[in-house]
Design a protein around this ligand. Structure first.
Ligand SMILES: [Zn+2]
Length: 219
């Protein structure tokens, strides 16, 4: 299957993408990983991306599109892939359509993870990270440490990243609404959008997504 995963920040997209890709035996292609791989391997696109990032600028669409194209041409992606973070605007979605058309293939579904905005803010703004190990992640409501402000795993101090402040989350949501949500309409016109609720336990959301993808594929 060829799937695009969309959803606001805080929808648990990365986590769901990893499980879904595994269940469907297709590679999980995330923009973050594409950037990291191209930059660490020193590819031309990686060098270009780095120059923009070092200058504090947004990486232009053509660079991101180039990286996605290279990755989708890898042997493991021949029979399908799950895209996460790409396309992130209508221009990129159109470029993706052209790429797929050139290969004579089509997207099977665009999986839209839906979360109410207040829930997104609660999820992200409640996150607390350990200063000693960023893999030690807690949440003031959903996964509170035994002792407030102290990491259960190592006793390190827990803090809120600047990126996770409510103000930053609201700004990220605004960017999502203006730039990424229009791609849902773009794909809806192609009859590809499958919307599911991203509320509840991770395993339940994965099961809901698998079921929805299965029905859309049969339909
Ligand atoms: Zn810790």
């Amino acid at each position: 299957m060829r799937i695009v995963l969309v959803g606001p920040p805080g929808a648990g997209k990365g986590t769901q993408a990893a499980y879904l890709a595994k269940n469907l035996s297709i590679p999980h292609i995330s923009t973050g990983d594409l950037f990291r791989a191209n930059i660490s391997q020193g590819t031309d696109l990686g060098k270009q991306a780095r120059a923009y990032m070092d200058a504090g600028q947004l990486v232009p669409d053509e660079v991101t599109i180039g990286m996605a194209k290279d990755r989708m041409a890898q042997p493991d992606a021949v029979n399908g892939f799950l895209l996460d973070g790409f396309p992130r605007n209508v221009g990129q979605a159109e470029a993706l359509d052209v790429m797929l058309k050139d290969e004579g293939v089509k997207l099977d579904a665009v999986l839209d993870l839906e979360v109410p905005e207040d829930e997104v803010v609660k999820r992200i703004a409640g996150r607390r990270i350990c200063r000693s190990d960023s893999a030690h992640v807690f949440h003031v409501t959903y996964n509170p440490p035994k002792s407030e402000g102290v990491c259960d795993a190592c006793g390190g101090e827990l803090y809120q990243r600047d990126d996770d402040s409510e103000e930053t989350v609201r700004t990220r949501l605004e960017v999502y609404h203006t730039q990424t949500e229009p791609i849902i309409d773009y794909y809806r016109a192609q009859g590809l959008v499958v919307t599911i609720s991203a509320l509840g336990k991770v395993a339940d959301v994965t099961a809901r997504a698998m079921e929805a993808l299965k029905s859309s594929n049969e339909g």
